[in-house]
Ligand binder design. Structure first.
Ligand SMILES: [Zn+2]
Length: 82
């Protein structure tokens, strides 16, 4: 059996089986998903400008919320030091 992407043998190299495609290396599949701009089943390249901006805003909001909760965690850690 050979990898769908690189065509090297998959035996002994953590192969995965892709529905409708066949065997592939997990690494080759991840590279393919990244280069296709596909994340968790969402094809980012297929979004229109409005949808893409909404996604971008959501990512930024989530990023900001995670940064501020990290800041609180480090503040409490500093308090514990004293
Ligand atoms: Zn491969």
């Amino acid at each position: 059996m050979r990898c769908h992407y690189c065509e090297k043998a998959v035996l002994g190299a953590n192969p995965i089986t892709l529905a409708g495609i066949g065997p592939a290396h997990d690494v080759c599949h991840q590279i393919q998903l990244t280069s296709a701009r596909n994340f968790k089943g969402l094809d980012i390249a297929q979004l229109d400008d409005v949808q893409f901006n909404e996604l971008s805003d959501l990512v930024m909001m989530e990023k900001n919320s995670r940064v501020s909760s990290l800041g609180q965690a480090s503040d409490s850690f500093e308090i514990e030091l004293f």
